[in-house]
Design a protein around this ligand. Structure first.
Ligand code: PEP
Length: 251
C-alpha cells in the first residue's frame, strides 16, 4: 500500500499576525493540487484568524500543543476541546522542545494524545532521541520506551487517528539532518513495533514523518525512503519558497 505523504509546517513561536497573513496569502495563491497533504501549525494566537482568512482547500490547520486536561484552573493553557471548538484539525504533541523546556513526560504526552483523540483532533505524536543517546547507540531503546509509555497505551482503534513524527533531537534546528539511512532505519523500526503491538495493517497505514533540519536540498532523498511518509518542518516552513519546494519534494 502506498501512503499519501504529508508535509507539515511547525512555525514554533515565530511570525506576528501581519507576517503570518502575508505567508498565508502567498501560499494560498501558489499552492495548487499538491501531491501530498499539507498541514500548518502556527501559534495558538494566530490560529483562528488564519483559518478565517484562508479561502483555499488544501491546508489543514493544527496547534503546537494542548492541555493534558479537559478544562479548569490551568492559567495559560489551551484545551483540546477549545481547539476543536474553533475548527482546528490537528495538534502536535510531545515535541522535544515541550519535553525539554516544559517538563513533559511520556505519561503527560499520553494524556494529551487522549484529549486530542477525544475531541477529534489528529495528534502528531513526536518522538526522538537526544544526541547523547544516539552517541551511545541506544536510540532504538529510547524511542521504543517513548512509544511504550504513550501511544502503546492506546486501543488499536485509535491508531488510525494518529500521525507519528520521528524527530531526533540532535537534528532539530541544528542544520544537521539525519541521513536518509538513519531516518529509514528508525522509521522501519517504529513501524515494526507498531506491527508487533497492534497489527500489520495498523503499521502499514500509520504515517511516520521525519523532522529535523529538513530543507529543500535534503527533502527529496529523505522522502524517497520507503518508511518516510513526509516531514515535520520547522525553520524551513517559515520561508514560503522553501516550504513549497519541500512540498514539491513529496511527489
Ligand atoms: C521541528 O521543530 O519540528 C523541526 C523539525 O524543526 P527544524 O526543521 O527547524 O529542525
Amino acid at each position: 500500500m502506498s501512503r499519501r505523504k504529508i508535509v507539515a509546517g511547525n512555525w514554533k513561536m515565530n511570525l506576528d499576525l501581519t507576517e503570518a497573513a502575508e505567508w498565508l496569502a502567498e501560499v494560498e495563491s501558489r499552492l495548487r493540487n499538491p501531491a501530498c497533504d499539507v498541514m500548518l501549525f502556527p501559534s495558538f494566537i494566530l490560529l483562528a484568524d488564519l483559518m478565517d482568512m484562508y479561502e483555499g482547500d488544501v491546508l489543514l490547520f493544527g496547534a503546537q500543543n494542548c492541555s493534558h486536561l479537559e478544562s479548569g484552573a490551568l492559567t495559560g493553557e489551551v484545551s483540546a476541546m477549545q481547539l476543536a471548538s474553533v475548527g482546528v484539525d490537528s495538534v502536535i504533541i510531545g515535541h522535544s522542545e515541550r519535553r525539554e523546556y516544559f517538563g513533559e513526560t511520556n505519561p503527560i504526552v499520553l494524556q494529551k494524545i487522549q484529549q486530542a483523540i477525544k475531541h477529534e483532533l489528529m495528534p502528531v505524536f513526536c518522538c526522538g532521541e537526544p544526541l547523547a543517546v544516539r552517541n551511545e547507540g541506544k536510540q532504538k531503546e529510547f524511542v521504543k520506551l517513548q512509544l511504550e509509555e504513550s501511544i502503546f497505551q492506546l486501543p488499536a482503534v485509535a491508531l488510525s487517528e494518529i500521525i507519528v513524527a520521528y524527530e531526533p533531537v540532535w537534528a532539530i534546528g541544528t542544520g544537521l539532518n539525519a541521513t536518509p539511512e538513519q531516518a529509514q532505519e528508525m522509521h522501519a523500526f517504529i513501524r515494526s513495533l507498531i506491527a508487533a503491538k497492534y497489527s500489520d495493517d495498523a503499521a502499514t497505514q500509520l504515517p511516520i514523518l521525519y523532522g529535523g533540519s529538513c530543507n529543500p536540498t535534503n527533502a527529496k532523498s529523505l522522502f524517497a525512503c520507503p518508511d518516510v511518509d513526509g516531514g515535520l518542518i520547522g525553520g524551513a516552513s517559515l520561508k514560503v519558497n522553501d516550504f513549497l519546494s519541500i512540498i514539491d519534494a513529496a511527489r
